[in-house]
Structure formats: C-alpha cells, structure tokens
Ligand binder design. Structure first.
Ligand code: MF3
Ligand code: CO
Ligand code: CO
Length: 271
C-alpha cells in the first residue's frame, strides 16, 4: 500500500475531522466519574457524534480482515486493558485508569485521538504510568519533521518508557490516516534513530504509544478485540493525529479541552 501525501484540500478536511474527534473527548470528560458504566460513556459519545456533530463513528462495525465487526462507537480500555476495550456493563470505580479512543468520519475524512483519565485518586504508579506515556507520545511528536525517520519516533518513546521501568507494546502501532482509517505507514513505538521511512511533508499519521507498567506481552480476549497485558499490569495510551508540514509538524487533533504539552518535554527538547 502506498503512502498518500495529502493535498491542501485533504489537510483542510483533516483539520476538521481531527478537531471533531478531540471535541468528543472534551464532551465526555465531565461524565468520566465513579459509578458510570463504559457502555453509558459509549452511548453518550455516539449520541454526541450523530446528533450534535453529524459525524460517523469509524469504530462501529469496523471489520479489518480476520476480525469480527467492532460492536461499539468507541474503545474504552480500563486498567490492564491495553486497547480496543469494548464498552459494556463494566462500571468505573475510584482509582481506575481508562483510555477513551475516538475516531470520527466527517465528509469522508478520519480523525483519531485518545486520552487517559484517572478516576478519583489514582495510585502513585497509575499517575506515573499515565504521565510517562503522555511524555512518550509528546517526545515522539517532537521528532516529526521532514528528513527525520520513523525510527527516530520509536526510539525516543522506547527510551523514555524503558528508563522508567515500563515496556512498549509491539503488536499495535500508529498509522497513516486520511480517507482511510488505517493506511501506510506503520508508526511503531520502538526502534533505532535514523532507521525506517523518511518523513515527508504532507504525510498524516498517528502516534499512539501503548505502555505497560509490567511486561510488554499481550493476550487477546475471546471477543477477539479486547487486548490485555498478559501479566495483568496496568497499561496506558495517548493518541494524536499529526500532519508533517514543510518545517515540522502540526497536531491536528486539538480542541478547547486538549491537555497541554508537558513541561518535561519542553525541557528535553531544549537540552
Ligand atoms: N482508534 C483505534 C486506533 O487508534 C482503532 C480502533 S479500531 C476499533 O487506531 F474497531 F477497535 F474501534
Ligand atoms: Co489510531
Ligand atoms: Co485511536
């Protein structure tokens, strides 16, 4: 599959789809509280997408080769769920960490973003995992400019996660995105500097590291979607969709509620 370089028209459409995806996360944030079920959060997100935004969930009925159709509008991955958690009867409780991953389609263009939520008072480990994973995503984003290589992104993410005693999930990665949900290139979250594809202006791809507090090994549940840590350790993930510009990058999945870029990354970039 070829990598598509986006036109000015594509980029304009992607800015809109990506902002809308981020606005679903803004909308759902006040509802993420102890006592709510993941199914209720999913229902609220779908209602907001369809009734308020006039967007379509890219997840609902999504069926890559070898998978059953995905049965919900969002992915909600709690505690030891790494990704693709299917919303349902599970009730969120104090101390849980969860990822909500939103992909919307607007005018045929896909916007993909996820954030972590810590419910009530999280453990010291949970807070450290969520913050380090956020820093990992941002360290990766800061590598994005023409002439850099995809391995530069993976390298900084892996180095930061492993320096903290955490591990990087290998089976799932970032991806090109546009008028197709998952397209080339694959953006892995580990690697060596200077290796892999050279980054070019007009590329749009996601960076979405999944970082485990324990070992990197995964197990997939019988529903064929839900992916958990094999050792039942906590896992965290953040995701942005990124445009490669002539001189660097533009984060497309931004809205009023987007969390700030972390200060530790500012320092790492300055040094
Ligand atoms: N949004 C996920 C990603 O970041 C993909 C979810 S596919 C689904 O690539 F079918 F599980 F929703
Ligand atoms: Co994605
Ligand atoms: Co996503």
């Amino acid at each position: 599959m070829a990598i598509t370089l986006k036109t000015a028209h594509d980029i304009e459409k992607m800015r809109v789809a990506c902002r809308l995806a981020s606005e679903v996360l803004d909308f759902i944030t006040p509802h993420v509280k102890a006592g709510v079920s993941t199914g209720e959060l999913d229902r609220l997100c779908l209602e907001y997408m369809e009734q308020e935004q006039h967007t379509v969930s890219a997840c609902l009925n999504y069926q890559p080769p070898g998978y059953p159709p995905y049965p919900a509008a969002t992915c909600i991955s709690v505690n030891d769920v790494i990704c693709h958690g299917i919303p349902g009867d599970k009730v969120i409780k104090n101390g849980d960490i969860l990822n909500i991953d939103i992909t919307v389609i607007k005018d045929g263009y896909f916007g993909d973003t996820s954030r972590m939520f810590i419910v009530g008072e999280g453990s010291i480990l949970a807070k450290r995992l969520v913050n380090v994973t956020y820093e990992c995503m941002w360290l990766g984003i800061e590598q994005v400019r023409p002439g850099a290589h995809l391995g530069d992104i993976g390298h900084v993410i892996q180095r930061h996660a492993e320096a903290q005693g955490f591990s990087v999930v290998r089976e799932y990665c970032g991806h090109g995105i546009g008028q197709v949900f998952h397209e080339d290139p694959q953006v892995v979250h580990y690697g060596r500097p200077g290796t892999g594809l050279e980054i070019q202006p007009g590329m749009i791809f996601t960076i979405e590291p999944m970082i485990n507090a324990g070992k990197r090994d995964i197990r997939t549940m019988p529903d064929q979607w839900t992916v958990k840590t094999r050792d039942r350790s906590l896992s965290a993930q953040w995701e942005h969709t990124i445009l490669v510009t002539g001189t660097g990058h533009e984060v497309l999945t931004v809205s009023a509620g987007t969390p700030a870029r972390p200060s530790s990354v500012l320092e790492a970039v300055a040094s």
